[in-house]
Design a protein around this ligand. Sequence first.
Ligand code: FES
Length: 273
Amino acid sequence: MYKILEKTQFSEKVFKFRIEAPEMAKHAHAGQFLMVRANETGERVPFTFADWNPEEGWVEFIFMVIGKTTEMLSTYEAGDAIQDVTGPLGQPTEMGEGNWAVIGGGVGLAIAFPVARQLKATGHEVHAIMGARTKDLLLLEDQFRSVLDDEHIHITTDDGSYGEKGVVTAPLERLLQEKKVDHVFCVGPVPMMKFSALTAEKYDTPIIASLNPIMVDGTGMCGCCRVEVGGETKFACVDGPDFDATKVDWNDLRARQAAYLTEEGQSLKAYEE
Ligand code: FES
């Protein structure tokens, strides 16, 4: 059992758990993820590390309530315990030399933050591009501001309620035009990653996307997380989750993410009843 040390609520549906996991905290790297099983009969759900502290022995992950498991998790409080937590899983993000733009959209900001922080800590110049539908849904602004100064933070909201009105590709394109970045990392909804990839490709700039297909075992055995990259089948849980974004088959990923929407909806409804 893994004890919840702290619960933070960012918005109506977005939460962060800090859990006691000393061994995992010693081995976690930016870009890796963990698998959670909320209770004995629960499904396994992947979450990327949002933060970790080997000295204090904890790891953190952020989740949005979108289905039965995340709704169940949202009812847990500090002091409660999660049945199983497995990790770290997946490959750490590779951090090449040069200046970086780190793009996070929505809950993807939780994955983007440790990448930005690690890049900065290892001497890279980092621009964070933070996207959200509205101001209320913008996550971790204080955390990004604690490691980057104002001129390296670019905020967009779809409705213009905060920062620049529009999507993340606008500031990305400006940075690329001004030759301020050599590498791009992006994580968020599929359309955001797809159009970020097209933008970076236009300027011949390498771009990594952290993919989020449905996962079951997280160890390369079930095949559930397969993604098509450069015409090859890869397993996001062991080969990724980071891949060359210009080579990802985005339509395939989107279709696979939506494959069980009906069943997921039925499961949530049954849980709520
Ligand atoms: Fe099963 Fe990746 S989650 S192979």
